[in-house]
Design a protein around this ligand. Sequence first.
Ligand code: ADP
Ligand code: MG
Length: 349
Amino acid sequence: VGRLQLRGLTKEFGNGPEKVTAVDAIDLDIEPGEFITLLGPSGCGKTTTLRMIAGFEDPSGGEVVLDGRNMIDIPPNKRPMAMVFQSYALFPHLKVRDNVGYGLKLRRLPATQLNEEVDLALESMNLQQYANRAPNQLSGGQQQRVALARAMVMKPKVLLFDEPLSNLDAKLREQMRLEIRRLQRHLGITSVYVTHDQSEAMSMSDRIVVMNKGQVEQAAPPETIYRHPASVFVADFIGRANFLDVRVISHDGDGRATVEVLGQRVQVPAHPDAASAKDVVLLVRPESLRLVSVGSHGAGDLDGHEGRVVTSVFFGDTVEYEVETEHGKMAAVVADPNVADIHPEGADV
Ligand code: ADP
Ligand code: MG
């Protein structure tokens, strides 16, 4: 099936004062067929976690359990897993079809069956017409498709991806996201995908695991991560965030609180910890702010706060503003083209 469990998984590098805890007692239950993304800044331990799952790295502690079986003493090539790398890692001297068939050949699959499986894998990645080329006769995107076909053809229980799209240009990257996800859903293979790109994580994952300094900050579906981040770190790392200092007036203990912010009392969704925490901040996403020109029709009816637009950046579908207010700089994203004529000068927030 492909139920993957990490229990207290830990990796330390070096000794004494040089010791680095790259992965710090991670616990994670990954459901069969689930697409999980490990997301976090460079150096937070994503690759090390993935390499321990694959068996390329021996843990300092903890367990990797697949369908109830501890993998720790099983060498990487005996684990029912396949990995796709950022660098593609194709054999340069082998034709595309021999790259894809390499693992099956090691398994001593009969030639006719091997050819059938390879053809199916090439077809699923739209690579039939490149079957007899060498990897260096392909574009980066095509090479990564070959690497994907080579992983899939092994019918692993777990697919592991380490930033597989980082070498591709933006347009292709977005296309490949969808393609990987479509194929993964179709095959139903449990997948662990490493990236530092939050939009990649948001668009592909059943669940995102946000990592920081070797630990899990939050593991939840993309929408929960975005709307109900468990920490300031998560809120700041996912999307863009404005933080306002607030005073908690009351907290119903059930996910809502009344707070005082900018001289007003408002009801907001609240993290459970916010009831007892000493310092509390309110997260305001840039797209939740509305900009209205000072003095424009209707602005006088608003209970707004004045600010000054210091920068505006036009993205076509949205315009991003930086607004200087008495509470500090705030980011605002506006999708309505009718307000795109607000330029650096002055606007209500
Ligand atoms: P990420 O993939 O999230 O960028 P890594 O898992 O590669 O992070 O690295 C996590 C931490 O472990 C970093 O501080 C890195 O320097 C350290 N590290 C990784 N591999 C080694 C190694 N072979 N020897 C020593 N330190 C390492
Ligand atoms: Mg890495």
